[in-house]
Write a protein that binds this ligand. Structure first.
Ligand code: ADP
Length: 256
């Protein structure tokens, strides 16, 4: 709590009275702390691949100077590291753009039926790579919501991509679009992967939060995907509902 102001007044019988006002700044402090944690995390995430790039360059200039085979292998790793850094920077830019317009409600009419079809098409190469079949269950006709088309593409790309990456052993990812009369429009992405232990579920949308760091690194994550999803959905006044059972799979539902 911060002391806001002290006002001295003189009471009816000449005594001095003081009014102290206090401001609750715990929220301001919390946001400040989150911001500095965020900068520290982002710097760390960029520093790791940079240090590794530097190491490889030194090796190529020194011990592996005339070893073409080793150089080729190192260049492959360096290429992957730069891809990872680009992805991280793209995600950081997305987050800061979203923060700038968080107070503006998007108002474009977006039909989710063709949108989900496009998202699936865009993810087919990745799904093929990991051996997952993406099945869409779409209603007849249209399913319109008010929103920002590109942002909604980003939401469903993130959720379906995660289901393919982390749920790949289940082989199938199913996407259900429900828009019955008198009910909210809902999209649910279901995988039959390893599931997420309950204690991690409430923290999934925190920036840089990953359940299994090694696994997430090998699966090319930045830990920012679900934070971006949450930001976009908040702007859309939509909810994200996560259900997961270890050993059975996970479902992410977006309720508009
Ligand atoms: P990342 O870039 O690491 O994929 P996300 O914010 O998209 O970051 O996801 C955060 C973490 O949540 C992931 O690292 C992963 O551990 C976990 N996760 C997300 N989706 C799933 C899923 N469908 N099944 C299991 N774990 C998941």
């Amino acid at each position: 709590v911060e002391l806001g102001a002290i006002n001295g007044i003189v009471g009816g019988s000449g005594e001095r009275l003081f009014v102290l006002s206090f401001r609750d700044i715990s929220e301001v402090r919390r946001i400040d702390r989150m911001r500095s944690d965020f900068v520290a995390n982002a710097s760390h995430e960029l520093r790791t691949p940079l240090a590794s790039l530097r190491g490889f360059i030194e090796t190529i200039q020194g011990p592996a100077k005339s070893d073409l085979k080793a150089q080729e292998r190192f260049l492959g790793i360096m290429f992957d590291q730069t891809t990872r850094m680009s992805r991280l920077v793209d995600d950081l830019l997305s987050l800061s753009r979203l923060e700038l317009k968080s107070h503006i409600a998007p108002d474009e009419k977006v039909d989710l039926v063709p949108l989900l079809g496009h998202v699936r098409d865009a993810l087919l190469p990745l799904a093929n790579d990991v051996g997952v079949d993406i099945r869409l269950h779409l209603p007849e006709g249209r399913a319109e919501v008010l929103g920002d088309r590109d942002e909604l593409v980003q939401v469903f790309e993130n959720l379906i991509e995660n289901a393919c990456k982390y749920g790949q052993e289940g082989k199938v990812v199913e996407v259900f679009l429900n828009n019955g009369p008198g009910r909210p429009v809902e999209v649910t992405v279901v995988d039959k992967g390893p599931g997420i232990p309950a204690e991690h579920v409430p923290r999934l949308t925190e920036r840089f939060y990953r359940v299994n760091i090694e696994d997430s690194r090998s699966k090319k994550g930045t830990g920012l995907g679900l934070a971006i999803v949450k930001h976009i959905l908040t702007r859309h006044r939509a909810r994200l509902i996560v259900k997961s059972e270890v050993g059975k799979g996970t479902s992410f539902t977006v309720r508009f």
